[in-house]
Design a protein around this ligand. Sequence first.
Ligand code: NOJ
Length: 438
Amino acid sequence: MPKKHLKEYHEHTTIPFPTGFLWGAATSAHQVEGHNIYNDWWEWEQRRPRQLRSGSACDQYHLYETDFDLAKELNHNAHRLSIEWSRIEPREGEFNISEIDHYKAVLKSLKDRGLTVMLTLWHFTLPKWLSDKGGWENSQAPYYFERFVQRIVPEIGEYIDLWVTINEPGVYIYKAYIERVWPPARKSLFGLIKTYLNLVSAHKKAYHFLHQSFPAGKPVGMANNIMSFEPYHKHSLTEQLAVILNDIFTNHLFYFLTQGTHDFLGINYYFHARFRHKGLIPETVGSSPQTHDVSDLGWEIYPEGIFDVLTDLSDEVPIYITECGIASTNDDRRNRFLITYLQEVARAIKIGVNVRGFFYWSLIDNFEWSLGFDPRFGLIEVDYQTQKRHIRPSAKVYSEIIKHNGIPHTLLGFIGHSAQADKILDKLHHYEKKVKFK
Ligand code: NOJ
């Protein structure tokens, strides 16, 4: 390399993040704990092929200290996790003290390691007794949730820094009522609407109770799946209309219905969609490895999208990226993902968006709902035969970013050089994976 280039290289510094930025990873109880036998998912899974059942999952119920040690070793200063309602209230109105004690121990062990704790109160699973009564379609469901929240919050409150009431209501109704690949898998527009409105009400009730309980302030929000949308042809009115409608329903409706009950916006960012008209009705254009860089699940890798949604939702309340991650068995791809997405987050912060934290999904490989264990989202690989954890190189890249509280330029150089070759290899890889997921 000519001298001049070397000099320029060293003159570059780190792309900075704000002081006090939260860096961590996220998980949810049913996806990592194992043996959540009292919930609706467990029941649902028993009707599915063995490889699609959660079983012992990552056995984090027993191995949480191992996992939290790893998070600490990797420089994380925060962690997002959820508690499992069905363990705490396995039968209607009966609360299990030893499970409450278990969660106290789990949360205390995060605090003992100096991690900021973000806790989700509901992440997709329902106690079986409630799903037997119609789940979120039952008009009493928000009250049952409120009762659970009122019982558990005083017990664990001292360990929690940030509360997430509910996770991705829009994805839940889509998977359960439109795709019908998640319980209750019902075809019912009425049920869908009722569920959505009851989730709105559940969020509000939890928000108000948490505010009453901690008047000194522990921020409360929810985690929303936010997508970036684009028309295929900029001049097409029907495609533009499709963008507007999808943006309203996916990204804004829940916030609109719950106005005034968000101390922060929790954003889960995974998806970018383009609309292309076929006849009158626009459809989403599928991403394929021939046309786009995609994850093992075929989800397009589109870093600019996170910039778009952050700037779009920039508001008076702060934003936490409560989830963002990639399913990939190619860890180079995860490196590129982390660096390029975080570059976009930094760009948004630079122009004034108040982003306060980033939680990579996920700390460890885990149970990806109807897709079972094949998708590998983890910074840490899990060997499901032995429950051994293996730190992936990307976990170290992330750890390096955290150490610098920003992206060192050396990492950008590395990514630039390896990108082309990897892209080709990855595409080959994707074809092998695709066969598996079909
Ligand atoms: C968001 C959900 O909250 C989480 O449960 C899921 O595993 C990830 N998306 C990846 O699909």
